[in-house]
Design a protein around this ligand. Structure first.
Ligand code: FAD
Length: 305
């Protein structure tokens, strides 16, 4: 049943008609729990509040699967608006973004031009930029873009997904770049030909890549809500005397906020991924796919309205 629901929401996450409908009708049906708002002003207020509580942030101007150049350029302009707001308001925030929103599906030239504009603004404002990882069909291209940009800019990292079979090999190759990586389990619906279908195998591979990246001496963001992975990381860093400035935990806005604060109080760096913007539908559906309890929460909100 859980798997059926997961597949259902992941299917919905890619539906273009529903995406358009959602953009038109705004942040209804509980999406506001996971999305900071539709405008930068709302996101800035949320970030200030999180920073005041000791949490650091990565802001994400929501958007994905853009298929025309004008829209890709606008997406990049909006990311620059977010970077300038971080600088102007002295926020403790990085930026995250998706290559399909920058025009990756259109041409290399468009995505690279947009990314260079963003990274220049980010350099001026001392903002670190993370390239999110999307579905398997975009993984190779995303890593190539990352490697290209990493040879031009210091302030860039990317994401590696534990559920892919190719991941350990990718990490071995990426090690030459001493990359700052966010490690995740993986959020998309993938075929068993490319990704572990069983959760226990994903968890095992997740632990493996956390260990690999930390012991290689690289900066590691452990992005998970899973206590057993958090405990694993805590023990590992203790055992190997890995300093607290070589890693951080990350969680999504609206998920386990009390746990986020506990980790801050225990002295760990805790980064919250704060999405905002009108293109919230795909992101929201992936959050529902992850956890039936999220669906129950949203339904309760709808019934209460
Ligand atoms: P799961 O395996 O989903 O859950 C394990 C356990 O964690 C649960 O049994 C429960 O105990 C606890 N838990 C999980 N969710 C909740 C909850 N809502 N409330 C209470 N307990 C909970 N994926 C990508 O593919 N690409 C990306 O670029 C990407 N970026 C991300 C950035 C951040 C900061 C984070 C946190 C995740 C990102 N993800 C990304 C999503 C990620 O791949 C997973 O889909 C998502 O984090 C769910 O997996 P999990 O590790 O949290 O634990």
């Amino acid at each position: 049943m859980e798997q059926l629901m997961r597949n259902f929401f992941l299917f919905l996450s890619k539906n273009k008609f529903l995406t358009k409908l959602a953009k038109r009708y705004g942040l209804r049906f509980g999406a506001a729990r996971f999305v900071a708002g539709e405008a930068i002003k709302q996101a800035v207020d949320v970030i200030k509040d999180l920073n005041n509580k000791g949490l650091v942030v990565t802001i994400d101007y929501l958007g994905e699967f853009v298929d025309n150049e004008r829209e890709a350029n606008e997406m990049a302009d909006n990311c620059i608006v977010a970077i300038n707001a971080i600088g102007k308001e002295h926020l403790n925030s990085q930026l995250s973004l998706k290559m399909t929103s920058m025009g990756m599906d259109i041409s290399d030239e468009i995505v690279l031009n947009n990314m260079r504009r963003i990274l220049e603004a980010a350099t001026q404002n001392n903002v670190f930029v993370t390239i999110d990882m999307e579905d398997y069909s975009r993984c190779q291209k995303t890593l190539e873009i990352f490697k290209q940009l990493k040879s031009e800019f210091d302030n860039i990292g990317t994401v590696i997904q534990a559920y892919l079979y190719r991941t350990v090999k990718d990490m071995e190759e990426l090690n030459a770049y001493s990359p700052n990586l966010r490690l995740v389990k993986g959020a998309y619906k993938e075929s068993p030909e490319v990704a572990f279908p069983e959760k226990k195998d994903v968890d095992e591979n997740y632990k493996k890549i956390i260990k690999m990246h930390l012991l290689n001496g690289n900066y590691t963001a452990v992005a998970t809500h899973d206590d057993s992975m958090i405990e694993y990381t805590k023990q590992l860093v203790e055992e190997h005397n890995i300093p607290k400035d070589q890693f951080e935990f990350q969680m999504l806005y609206g998920i386990r906020p009390e746990r986020q604060l506990e980790l801050v109080n225990e002295g760990y760096k805790m980064r919250v991924y704060v999405p905002y913007g009108t293109d919230w539908y795909g992101y929201f559906m992936r959050r529902l796919a992850e956890r039936p309890a999220n669906v129950a929460f949203v339904l309760k909100g709808v019934i209460a309205k």
